[in-house]
Design a protein around this ligand. Structure first.
Ligand SMILES: [Zn+2]
Length: 316
């Protein structure tokens, strides 16, 4: 069925919310983790509030009119985030990347109440570990450190592959070696584990001394992203294929406001058809058009690990 029912109403500067949620709804493994645990979030008094709203909205999005209206549920998602960030009490536009991070953090925190049960937090879909290695330039002593992440914020370059390589490029650091007291070290990072879904955030905003400015540089978006060269341990060739959403910002109101417009290009349903979801407007598109048209506006990209479907364990 064409995604005619999957639109969301704009309830007041909420394109950031709609576009980001639409991206999440197009990730089958994330939705499966939420919907497969309905017994835990369906009771009215559940502490898994965000998961409950997301699950009810999933049903409303499928066109089941016996559930709450989309507007009510969207408002509930937004107001429940005001607990973490009071800016969500107002009707101001928010940054889609910040919203995604807040939403995942909220879901994870609420999930901590389920310890000791069989609950699996859906946010695990995005989590991965990086390992950084600091090597002393004088004696070669190495210090290893692990970082947990659920997204990467990348500087712009002509291609996404280069932006990613830039993120992992070794850099020089001034620090005192624990062994020889040498003054300099090289720091390099790599993936220790891979996420099921890799979220990439393009740093399209820069502060020019007065206000935030959007940078519209074109970044080519490959349909498949290989991470093999960025893995700390050689685990063979692993690649991820693009799915899910892409968000763009069309304009910005001066004075540093985060006002703008977001929409989402997603793969909808089993047929693998791409659609553009722009609040209540749903239009068909295709992968080639998405990759080409969004080069200078793509803000959040979701890459799904090849072979990771519903019910698969997150790769470690
Ligand atoms: Zn040293």
């Amino acid at each position: 069925m064409f995604a005619s029912v999957s639109w969301f109403p704009n309830i007041g500067n909420t394109c950031f919310l709609n576009a980001t949620l639409q991206a999440l709804y197009s990730i089958p493994s994330f939705c499966a983790d939420v919907m497969g645990q309905e017994a835990l979030w369906s009771p009215k008094k559940t502490s898994l509030k965000l998961q409950s709203y997301f699950g009810e909205l999933y049903k409303a999005r499928q066109g089941d009119s016996s559930f709450h209206s989309k507007s009510t549920l969207l408002r509930s998602v937004k107001s429940s985030l005001a607990v973490f960030n009071e800016e969500y009490e107002g009707d101001f536009q928010q940054d889609a990347h910040e919203f995604l991070m807040l939403f995942l953090m909220g879901m994870k925190m609420q999930g901590e109440t389920q310890q000791g049960t069989s609950y699996t937090c859906p946010t695990l879909n995005f989590e991965f570990k990086l390992q950084s290695v600091r090597t002393c330039s004088s004696c070669g002593d190495k210090v290893f450190q692990e970082e947990e992440q659920n997204n990467l914020s990348l500087d712009l370059s002509s291609c996404l592959t280069d932006s990613l390589a830039l993120y992992f490029k070794a850099s020089e650091l001034e620090c005192t070696c624990r062994q020889c007291l040498g003054p300099q070290a090289t720091v390099s990072r790599g993936f220790l584990t891979l996420p099921r879904v890799l979220v990439l955030h393009m740093k399209r905003f820069c502060y020019d001394g007065k206000q935030l400015r959007r940078v519209n540089d074109a970044v080519c978006i490959p349909p498949v992203l290989s991470l093999a060269s960025l893995l700390e341990e050689q685990q063979g060739v692993l690649s991820i294929s693009q799915s899910a959403g892409e968000l763009r910002r069309q304009r910005q109101i001066p004075a540093g406001s985060f006002c703008g417009h977001y929409l989402s290009d997603v793969i909808e349903g089993d047929g693998g058809e791409w659609v553009t979801l722009d609040d209540s407007r749903v239009t068909r598109t295709d992968e080639a058009a998405v990759l080409k048209r969004r080069q200078d506006t793509a803000y959040l990209l979701f890459y799904v690990l090849s072979g990771a479907g519903e019910g698969d364990p997150a790769p470690l």
